[in-house]
Design a protein around this ligand. Structure first.
Ligand code: GDP
Length: 442
């Protein structure tokens, strides 16, 4: 079914373009530029709570400055009625209802198209001018301030309700991702850079309110939920922000995540706190991606430079499976790579290795590097292994005696498994269990 069309009409100066920019612009929600349409953006695609629609700003389309205003407005409305599934009729609460507004209202009523009356410039709640709007006879006005971004979520909710029923969005499982790090490392900027990417289609988390703490977006065929993004997204727009870092909040976000993006500041060596967070992800069995951001401050180019990354790798040796991505929110470097690595880490985190290949790899590993023995000459024997769980991948190895497993050998097996199967980004749990005599592999 075709994407429903929402057309914005209204006399000049009511704020149609501002509203259009709010709806279609990155700030409101969600944008996808339609290829071939120029950047003046008279058309824009919006996805809101799983509904997708196209918004048209007729105010921008129809500009024949020599024509009398009335003719222009009529033309605009006629155009809107040709294609609109829903008309957003914008009025201005500050100037009140003018004769042109009445005229448009009349034509819209005659057309019997669904109309949503938008009372713009309601910068303060309870604006008295709004009552006059009921008199237009096109339904209850929805107060918004396009300029200040107020009431936009409610408006989008109303729009989504009024649109003809469409096919529900395919609800692929979304990857829950927590973006964490110390204060001022650049988390907010990074989140906003991700959400501002042209390829990203942002959607409100289904079932959450307008203060949605999580943000859902699509990247290719992946869906990602950024956990607890409210503070992060607001952050970049507000100048005098109080410190939002809290350990509890980080913990809660990590707990809900499958993949954790630990943001590190390229201009500073990693701190204890960074290691703490990384350790936490291991403990909780979460996948991990390291984003070394503000790269523009340490390098003129977006390529990773080992000399700069060496301290990071050293400090994060215990999570060496975590890919390191260099990013700059300011220059928009590394954003695509970061999202790709997050997707791969999520795949690895959920990877299930069939028993056959798993045992083959372990057997080869044993042959290449015989298992350790204790002082009395008893040697570790691995009988067989299975993977009973994912997130993180958990491999149970049945052995003659778990006490014979040394830390070195465990690390060696971990490395062999990683080399054989793509476990980049995820911790692996190797569990050694005693299994006696019978049913031994050999
Ligand atoms: P948060 O506390 O981790 O969310 O950090 P912010 O995103 O608020 O960023 C902290 C400061 O670093 C702000 O002044 C940002 O403008 C600045 N910043 C963030 N990312 C970058 C970046 O990639 N490059 C540069 N040059 N500055 C950045």
């Amino acid at each position: 079914m075709p994407v429903p069309v929402v057309v914005i009409v209204g006399r000049p100066n009511v704020g149609k373009s501002a509203l259009f920019n709010r709806l279609v612009g990155r700030r409101a929600a969600i944008v996808e530029d339609i290829p071939g349409i120029t950047r003046d953006r008279l058309y824009g695609r919006v996805v809101w709570r799983g509904r997708e629609f196209e918004v048209v700003d007729t105010g921008g389309l129809i500009s024949h400055p020599t024509e009398p205003l009335q003719v222009q407005v009529q033309r605009q409305v006629a155009r809107a009625l040709e294609e609109a599934d829903l008309v957003l009729f914008v009025v201005d609460v500050r100037s009140g209802v003018l004769p042109e507004d009445r005229e448009i209202a009349q034509r819209l009523r005659e057309s019997r198209r669904p109309v949503l009356l938008v009372a713009n410039k309601a910068d303060r709640p309870g604006h008295p001018g709004i009552y006059e709007m009921y008199g237009l006879g096109v339904g209850d006005p929805v107060p918004v301030s396009a300029l200040h971004g107020l009431g936009i979520s409610d408006l989008l909710d109303r729009v989504a309700e009024m649109l003809p029923a469409g096919e529900p969005e395919e609800a692929g499982p979304a990857i829950p991702v927590a973006v964490v790090g110390r204060p001022n490392v650049g988390k907010s900027s990074l989140v906003n850079a991700i959400l501002g990417e042209d390829r990203v289609i942002v959607d409100a988390a289904p079932g959450t309110t307008r203060d949605a703490v999580d943000t859902v977006f699509r990247w290719g065929d992946r869906r990602v939920v950024l956990i607890d993004t409210a503070g992060l997204r607001r952050r970049a727009r507000v100048s005098d922000v109080v410190e939002r870092y809290s350990v509890t909040r980080t913990l809660a976000a990590v707990d809900r995540a499958h993949v954790v993006v630990l943001v590190l500041d390229a201009t500073q060596p990693p701190a204890d706190q960074d290691q703490e967070i990384a350790r936490l992800t291991v403990e909780r069995g979460r996948a991990l991606v390291l984003a070394v951001t503000k790269w523009d401050l340490v390098s003129p180019s977006p390529e990773p430079r080992e000399a700069i990354l060496a301290p990071v790798r050293a400090a994060m040796r215990f999570v060496s499976y975590a890919p390191v991505v260099v990013t700059s929110a300011v220059r928009r470097w590394g954003i695509a790579a970061l999202v790709e690595r997050v997707g791969e880490a999520a795949d690895a985190h959920a990877r299930r290795v069939p028993t056959g290949p798993l045992n083959r790899v372990l057997m080869e590993a044993e042959e290449a590097h015989p298992p350790p023995a204790d002082g009395a000459g008893r040697q570790l024997k691995i009988y067989y292994a299975t993977q009973p769980a994912v997130r993180p991948p958990t491999i149970v190895l049945f052995v003659n005696d778990p006490d014979l497993v040394t830390e070195d050998y465990r690390r060696y097996l971990d490395a062999r498994l990683r080399a054989a199967f793509d476990f980049r980004g995820t911790p692996l749990r190797l569990v050694f269990r005693a299994r006696e005599r019978a049913a031994a592999r050999r």
